[in-house]
Design a protein around this ligand. Structure first.
Ligand code: SF4
Length: 330
């Protein structure tokens, strides 16, 4: 799956690097001094690279944990995100990473202990307050778990922090790590879900809805708290019919006693990401939809956006109380 590994000089002898290199004995290995040399140059084609991304093993030096933007959250007053990885195994046509990064290569920051130290420091700084930490902002939290061991190595850290909550956000079925250990009461395994028709058209390489639901049910049966993330909502002329059927299909399989939260948000992108993505995929129907640009963001026409949010909110609230519902207001 990976045929080229770039490795920063300073992590050449890192034990986590040794483990990953051993998984890909056939891969070409190239040493570099900083990952930005490979990742940042402008003259790269994201679409082309996405066909065979390389894996870059790197060290992160600063900004391990960042404050989440206002409007992003599931009930806590303090929200943070962190990215042990940049880019994703999947290839969702609406994904903002295509607009944000020059390169589709995966970057994995192997110095997990530095992220963990800053998470601990933040928790110590706000004793008695709940802090929510979101992983999977610049990647999928679990899709590359067999390679990264991310959940395996972060869950014990979170288990020792009484005021820290972790959200693992995923479209994947890589849940073995979760099934092999005791559930953590302050971890939310949040599955991003879309109607089958949307997933088939736009969520390339991601598992189909029924397989995500199978994984979700297994995780929930094991005792983990689940989150449902219906974001982005995608417009089609008969969207009401599709989303109504979809919500029924999802909530039919959920144990509401182990459901932590539901969030929802309509498709939107910063305008400069949208322009770049449209250039990468000029033939993509998503970008020819009823969109408009306002204050630097591209989203569906305002009336349509409101209508979709209202309709889908009503549908979700047929199944869950409003106390568990967190519409995204970014
Ligand atoms: S799963 Fe998330 S991070 Fe990965 S391509 Fe899709 S939207 Fe982007």
């Amino acid at each position: 799956m990976i045929d080229t590994l770039y490795i920063e000089e300073n992590v050449l002898h890192h034990p986590r690097v040794a483990g990953i290199v051993a998984r890909f004995p056939e891969a070409r290995r190239i040493t570099c001094s900083r990952y930005g040399e490979v990742f940042n140059p402008k003259a790269q084609n994201f679409r082309l690279q996405k066909q065979k991304p390389a894996l870059i093993l790197a060290e992160k030096y600063k900004n391990f944990v960042l404050e989440a933007p206002a409007g992003y959250g599931i009930g806590a007053g303090r929200n943070y995100y962190f990215s042990h990885m940049l880019n994703c195994l999947y290839d969702c046509r609406y994904c903002f990473l295509q607009g944000m990064y020059q390169s589709a290569h995966y970057v994995l920051f192997v110095n997990y202990e530095d992220f963990q130290r800053d998470i601990r420091l933040l928790c110590d700084g706000f004793p008695g307050e709940n802090l929510h930490f979101f992983s999977g902002y610049d990647c999928d939290s679990l899709a590359l778990e067999p390679v990264t061991g991310f959940a395996e190595q972060f869950l014990p850290v979170f288990a020792g922090l009484p005021n820290a909550w972790l959200e693992l956000r995923t479209k994947s079925t890589q849940v073995r790590t979760l099934l092999n250990r005791e559930p953590l009461p302050r971890c939310i395994v949040a599955f991003s879900l879309s109607p089958e028709t949307v997933a088939a058209k736009l969520e390339h390489k991601a598992p189909p809805l029924h397989r995500r639901l199978d994984a979700l049910v297994k995780v929930q049966e094991q005792g983990w708290q689940i989150g449902l993330r219906f974001d982005p909502l995608i417009y089609q002329s008969d969207y009401q019919q599709h989303y109504r059927h979809f919500f029924d299909q999802v909530f039919d399989r959920i144990d509401l006693n182990r459901l932590h939260s539901v969030s929802l948000g309509v498709f939107r992108l910063p305008e400069h990401y949208y322009k770049k993505m449209h250039k990468l995929y000029p033939e993509e129907k998503l970008f020819a939809g009823p969109l408009e640009s306002q204050q630097g963001m591209v989203s569906y026409r305002q009336d349509l956006e409101q209508e979709m949010t209202q309709y889908c909110t009503e549908q979700v609230l047929r199944h869950v109380p409003s106390s568990q519902f967190f519409p995204c207001t970014l």
